[in-house]
Design a protein around this ligand. Structure first.
Ligand code: UGY
Ligand code: MN
Length: 267
């Protein structure tokens, strides 16, 4: 928030194929199934995205439940604090919509860096152990012939090895969700040392929802270099020309969503 003697300039930009949204400009929403959460909606169909992304703030002791709807999968990433995640499959295995908290099922503690991917057949709930920030990505699961639906996936970024990206040891890529056909989304963390960059300007059919976890640099979006910093959100739509250059002084880390591993429907 700006004090009354500061200017109201903003780096927010919404282009045809991208949006750069500094957090300070996104008001909080409330949602009935997360009555105690302060939620900032980052990506949505209104923006042009084919997925939804939220940032949720939960005070210690608070929580909520996401009922499964049979068609939407959810990815969660604990940015700070910690939660107890509960999840359970629908009782008849039909994937039909349900309401209410999981009755029985698994309980797992997720610390900072912890993540979970829940299939559309599962309801899930969170209870914060401390003041907590959680990033949530929700997407319609794209079924594919002869490919089984995935089971819940739980992990922590600390256990995911960073692979050298295209021969540059100053650019490491952690692939939180294995690159297998059962999954139709990727959630990756890129780490760029100061002065390192993506080796090309990419232009691709897949979308991204990206949160800068640490550092600052220059993002190339649809023809222009723009300054970005920790906590910024970027949506890149299909075919948005994109690249990144880390300016430091600390390494940049960003977490991003990408739709992968499926054919492209003919319109
Ligand atoms: O996976 C990607 O498409 C990634 N290299 N894009 C990006 O970081 N903007
Ligand atoms: Mn990309």
């Amino acid at each position: 928030m700006r004090t009354q003697n500061e200017l109201l300039g903003s780096r927010a930009e919404v282009g045809r194929r991208f949006a750069l949204l500094p957090l300070e400009g996104i008001p909080y929403s409330r949602m009935p199934h997360w009555p105690e959460a302060r939620i900032q909606v980052l990506a949505s169909p209104s923006l042009g995205a084919a997925f939804v992304q939220y940032r949720m703030e939960l005070d210690a002791g608070s929580g909520g439940t996401q009922a499964h709807d049979g068609s939407t999968e959810s990815f969660l990433y604990v940015q700070s604090g910690g939660v107890e995640l509960g999840y359970a499959a629908d009782s008849d295995g039909s994937g039909a919509p349900s309401t209410g908290a999981p009755q029985a099922g698994e309980l797992v503690a997720l610390e900072a860096g912890g993540f979970a991917l829940l299939p559309p057949t599962h309801s899930w709930s969170l209870k914060a152990n401390a003041n907590t920030e959680v990033l949530v990505v929700r997407k319609r699961y794209e079924k594919a012939a002869d490919v089984d639906l995935f089971a819940p996936l739980i992990g922590n970024e600390a256990d995911v090895v960073g692979e050298v990206y295209m021969g540059d040891e100053g650019a490491l890529l952690q692939t939180l969700i294995p690159d297998e056909f059962q999954y139709d989304m990727a959630m990756n963390i890129f780490t760029f040392e100061t002065g390192h960059s993506l080796p090309v300007t990419e232009t691709h059919v897949m979308e991204h929802g990206l949160v800068v976890l640490q550092g600052k640099g220059l993002y190339y979006l649809e023809g222009r270099w723009m300054e970005v910093e920790e906590s910024d959100f970027i949506w890149m739509g299909p075919y948005c020309p994109q690249s990144y250059y880390a300016t430091g002084p600390v390494a940049t880390r960003y977490l991003y969503y990408k739709n992968v591993n499926r054919d492209i429907p003919v319109a």
